[in-house]
Design a protein around this ligand. Structure first.
Ligand SMILES: [Zn+2]
Length: 265
């Protein structure tokens, strides 16, 4: 199996865009980008979920269930150590054993990515957990200006509407700036980064058509490459738009439209 079997690819304004259905297959695209560089790039990801599960946990649990002599930690460590981003064969093997939400850990542990910063909607704890694996979930409380003490059903809706609005992204980028500064690094936009977008970050058609897309488009322009996970089942699962049917295709068209606009400038 070739790595290109894991994704559809196009180029917009000279930028490589990789489209996967299942998010974990983006590891193939990240490895291809890694090979073009002297050192591992960073990941800036926009997602509903945090996607911070440990690599191969699902596979390892299943193996231990089928054979009680399996040492789960040892097997997970062995599988992680075997990931070689320069080898198509190794990546094909790894992707076959990864489950959803395990790809970022697989990438940072294998040196495919240096570190990752997740702008996401599912963890509202509001602070960054120190992470030795180079995976940083960017904190938020809710939409900009929301003063509610408890994140309620209304928050779920107004927060998701802001996911790529400029004031919200600017705030998230400031928080990422605090993290990178703490790591002795410059701002994420001055680092080589891949922009990764999971379409389940968009809970409505309005969310993907923000009033101000300037920051989102700047992030697109600055990215080395862009990976998009369509995750149609998750799009359905988190959909909150009563005026439109959930459609990963429609969201994908809108995101590609932003990329085209961004790359024109
Ligand atoms: Zn709120």
């Amino acid at each position: 199996m070739a790595l290109t079997d894991f994704f559809d690819q196009c180029r917009i304004g000279g930028k490589a865009i990789y489209i996967v259905v299942d998010h974990h297959k983006a590891l193939a695209a990240w490895a291809i980008e890694r090979r073009k560089l002297a050192s591992a790039p960073y990941l800036l990801t926009i997602d509903h979920h945090t996607d911070t599960d440990e690599a191969f946990r699902g596979y390892v649990c299943m193996s231990a269930y089928e054979d009680s002599s399996v040492d789960e930690d040892a097997l997970a460590a062995e599988l992680i150590a075997a990931i070689d981003w320069s080898s198509d064969e190794s990546l094909t093997e790894a992707i076959g054993k990864l489950r959803h939400d395990e790809h970022i850990h697989a990438a940072t542990k294998s040196g495919t990515l240096n570190a990752s910063f997740s702008i996401q909607l599912s963890d509202q704890s509001g602070y960054v957990e120190p992470n030795e694996n180079g995976i940083y979930v960017v904190p938020h409380k809710c939409a900009i200006g929301c003063l509610k003490k408890v994140y309620d059903d209304e928050c779920v809706v107004h927060h998701a509407l802001e996911i790529i609005e400029s004031p919200y992204l600017d705030d998230q980028l400031r928080r990422i700036g605090d993290i990178t500064q703490g790591l002795g690094l410059p701002n994420i936009e001055s680092l080589p980064y891949i922009l990764d977008i999971d379409l389940d970050a968009f809970h409505s058609i309005k969310a993907v058509n923000p009033d101000d897309a300037s920051t989102f488009r700047r992030l697109i322009r600055g990215a080395l490459a862009i990976t998009i996970a369509t995750e149609p089942e998750w799009v359905k699962e988190v959909w909150e738009d009563e005026h439109n049917e959930p459609s990963a295709d429609q969201l994908l068209t809108a995101v590609l439209g932003h990329i085209e606009e961004a790359c024109k400038l």
